[in-house]
Design a protein around this ligand. Sequence first.
Ligand code: XMP
Length: 321
Amino acid sequence: MSIQEISLNDLNPTEFIEAQCRLISKQVGKSKAVNALSGGVDSSVTTLLAHRALEDRLLTYFIDNGLMREGEPEFVVSGMKQLGVQVELVDARQEFFSALKGKTDPEEKRQAITDTFYKNVFGRLVKESGAAYLLQGTIYTDVEETVAGIKRQHNILAQLGIDTKAAYGYTVIEPLIRLRKSGVRAIGKALGMPKDMYHRVPFPGPALGARVIGEATPKRIALVRKATVVVEDVLSAIDAFQYMAILHEDRVTGIRDGKREYGFQIEIRCWDSRDAVTASPTQISFELLRKMADRITSEVPGVVSVTYNITPKPPSTIEAL
Ligand code: XMP
């Protein structure tokens, strides 16, 4: 891999910010850049960095792909507004669900999300705005796992030999590509971001699409979204790297109100990790685990089984897909 990592120890946030602002401004020149904000730590830091470098030459979009968490589009747009960044919300829910229809293979689902995002939605936005560049928050870990063939992270393009100019009509700028998550957080802090934004729990590009095993239909996404509300509500009180709810494809026999119910299974994962390269399951108290199980089985219709993953990464990965 030809990209040189900058470790947290070697990172000087002030110098990094100044250097990246100069580079971004020089590359974009008098043109415009479109910015893909997902609301995660990496894309939020990229947004503030690029906003500082480009001001009104930057057009920031938040794509509602239908796979977001409860209330996420409104939360992200208003959070950025408070930091002085105007964000346009684009409703692309139908487009993503059509692309995902009938797909059950994890890598095919990731590919469908990537194509819809870069080719269709951003291809169109870039063309309409007359921009020549797309800014995005790819980080070192994303490249590493994709190049190693573990998972195709949705935001990896050039490193897979994709010429974005030829394929999509724009050049991609990735200012954070030499950093890992801890470095990205240090940059967010130095940019004056509130802690709840630079310290936000990581969330994957393919969003809840990566947390539904099997077909990601609007109904199944709505189900895992409801379970996610419970898991995030209960686990935000503990200091873990990341936590999530996953909807399984297999159903199991349960019993409710004295009747058989062939229902859904939700798996909870919660991780301790420094940089997502390796991770271990958090030792959650049995009381908290039971609390989540009780709430999920009563608040999420049709769920009759809740499990907790106790496998470290490796051999597990953090997300299920
Ligand atoms: P895995 O599941 O590979 O996840 O152990 C490592 C970290 O990366 C996040 N993740 C993604 N982030 N695009 C992203 O921007 C993706 O396609 C993607 N897939 C996984 C995951 O949430 C974890 O923090």
